[in-house]
Every structure is written in structure tokens, then in C-alpha cells.
Design a protein around this ligand. Structure first.
Ligand code: HEC
Ligand code: HEC
Length: 233
């Protein structure tokens, strides 16, 4: 018995940290190796549109995050994590299950679809406009603590599974940031958790305010706030 426990401990100790936060319940790897079928994606996405809207823009009050523009591999990871209960999302959970939308193929299809949607030109922003001291302090916090992973403009790094955070609604981001800091999001990257462990609630608001105000390049945005997704006429 003791020998068995010892073996298990050694094996667990050998698993690299990246594996634990980035395994997506086993399904993620399979989905990442499939070729997306965009026709099926539109059918799958209909379920999602009920909350995230047909444009994938979510809501400015942050209840529903914007999905449009997220890197495909990262959307796959988040969906696999939600299905594997590595993230608490009781509202969405039943709609994300294989019974509702299908297996790994549905994950890759809908994620590829999300990735190519034009983004909301008017995302929810924090309260401090450019030029205020809080904006500048948030910018400094961002440069010192976030750029190394999320990049200067918040585009993230798809190779390393660092999400796009540019253009996201302030309140949605604030909630995720807090959950990551406080360990409520069990799929979070351990290096990020370490990096932000000492952030006060005010620091958190300042840095997320800054991110919510990073301009998104015009070519990724929809032409106007009145844009409607033509796939859902
Ligand atoms: C009943 C409402 C609802 C439906 C339907 C729904 N979602 Fe969500 N989704 C949410 C909520 C609420 C969140 C944010 C939860 C949180 O804060 O962690 C979310 C979060 C997400 C996230 C994580 C985003 C991030 O930035 O962390 C992804 C990806 C996502 N949804 C994709 C989908 C897809 C794909 C579908 C359709 C198969 C779908 N959702 C259907 C409510 C819904
Ligand atoms: C060591 C790399 C790293 C650092 C440093 C880092 N992050 Fe992250 N961040 C990540 C990864 C990886 C995720 C996705 C984790 C997951 O899969 O749930 C993430 C997720 C997020 C999310 C949630 C995104 C979403 O849509 O679910 C926000 C918001 C965020 N980071 C903001 C920040 C801010 C602001 C800073 C600096 C104060 C920061 N991060 C520092 C790697 C990092």
C-alpha cells in the first residue's frame, strides 16, 4: 500500500504543471486535431447565440462574455474545461454538453466559427478614461505583469494558450480575473495566479480598466455597432 502511494506520488510529481491546467478534460487534444466544418458550426452556434448573441458579442454589462475573435485553440480549451467542470459555469453548462451540441467535432467547429466573427466595436469599459491617474497606473501594472503573456495589445499567444483579452467587456474580465486570483477557476494558468496573487481589488480594477480600453485593430472589428451576423438572417 505504502509503495503504491509512493509510486502515485512520484508519478504525479512528474506531471508538468502545464499539463494540469491545460488538459481540458482529455477531450481538448482530440478536438485540436480535427478539421473544422463551418456548416455544422452555424447549427451548433445557434444554441450559443441565445446568450452570447448571434454576433458573438456578449453583453456590455459583462453577464455574457464576448466570444468573437477568440483564438480557436483557446475557445476549444475553455469549452473542454467547462464540460469537464474545471470552470464553474452553471448557466451555460447544460448547453455545452455533448448531448446538446455533440462531441469533439462540435467543439472544433464552433470554436473555429467564433474565431472568425468580427468583434464588437463598443465593448464595455471600466470607469477611468485615458489621461486619468488610475488609467496610467493600470497601464503600468499591465506592462509589468501581463505583457509577457498576453502581449502589448492583449492579443494573447495561441501557441501557449494565452487568451485574447483585448476588446473584452470590463465586468466580464474583472470577474474572471478575480476568480483566477482567488483560485475559483481551476483551469487557470499557475504562473498567472502567482503573478497576480498580491493584486488588491483596486489594482485589479485598474489593470482590467486599462485592458478594456486597449484599442482593437479596425480589421478585427465589425463595421458598426449595428452590424448583424448575416449567417442568422
Ligand atoms: C444560457 C446561457 C449560455 C449559453 C446558451 C452559452 N453560454 Fe457560453 N457562457 C455563458 C456565461 C454566463 C459565461 C461566463 C461564465 C463565467 O463568467 O465564467 C460563458 C462563457 C463562455 C466561454 C468562456 C469565455 C471566456 O472568455 O472565458 C466560452 C468559450 C463560451 N461561453 C462559449 C459558448 C458556446 C460555444 C456556446 C454554445 C455551444 C455557449 N457558450 C452557450 C452563458 C452561456
Ligand atoms: C504566465 C502567463 C500569464 C500572465 C503573467 C498573466 N496571464 Fe492572464 N491568462 C493566462 C492564461 C494561460 C489564461 C487562460 C487560463 C485558462 O485557460 O483558463 C489567462 C486568462 C486571463 C483572463 C481570463 C480570460 C478569459 O476570457 O477567460 C484575464 C482577464 C487575464 N488573464 C488577464 C490578465 C492580466 C490583466 C494580467 C496581468 C495583471 C495577466 N492576465 C497575467 C496567462 C497569463
Amino acid at each position: 500500500m505504502i509503495r503504491l502511494l509512493l509510486t502515485i506520488t512520484i508519478v504525479l510529481a512528474m506531471v508538468p504543471a502545464a499539463f494540469a491546467w491545460n488538459e481540458g478534460g482529455g477531450e481538448q487534444e482530440e478536438a485540436l486535431n480535427l478539421v473544422p466544418d463551418l456548416e455544422n458550426a452555424i447549427e451548433v452556434y445557434e444554441v450559443c447565440a441565445a446568450c452570447h448573441l448571434t454576433e458573438g458579442w456578449g453583453t456590455k454589462d459583462g453577464t455574457f462574455p464576448q466570444l468573437a475573435g477568440q483564438h480557436m485553440a483557446i475557445a476549444i480549451k475553455q469549452l473542454s474545461d467547462i464540460r469537464a467542470l474545471n470552470r464553474d459555469n452553471p448557466t451555460m453548462y447544460p448547453f455545452a454538453l455533448p448531448e446538446a451540441i455533440g462531441g469533439p467535432q462540435a467543439l472544433v467547429d464552433v470554436s473555429a466559427y467564433i474565431a472568425q466573427l468580427p468583434m464588437n466595436p463598443d465593448n464595455g469599459k471600466g470607469e477611468w478614461a485615458e489621461g486619468t491617474p488610475q488609467f496610467e497606473q493600470g497601464k503600468k501594472l499591465y506592462i509589468d505583469n501581463c505583457v509577457q503573456c498576453h502581449g502589448e495589445t492583449g492579443r494573447g499567444d495561441v501557441e501557449k494558450f494565452y487568451p485574447l483579452i483585448q476588446g473584452q467587456h470590463y465586468l466580464s474580465m474583472l470577474r474572471q480575473f478575480e476568480w483566477i486570483r482567488d483560485g475559483k477557476r481551476r483551469n487557470a494558468n499557475p504562473d498567472m495566479v502567482k503573478q497576480i496573487a498580491e493584486f488588491s481589488d483596486l489594482d485589479m480594477k485598474k489593470v482590467v480598466n486599462y485592458v478594456s480600453r486597449i484599442p482593437v485593430p479596425a480589421e478585427l472589428l465589425a463595421p458598426s455597432v449595428d452590424y448583424l451576423n448575416p449567417d442568422f438572417d
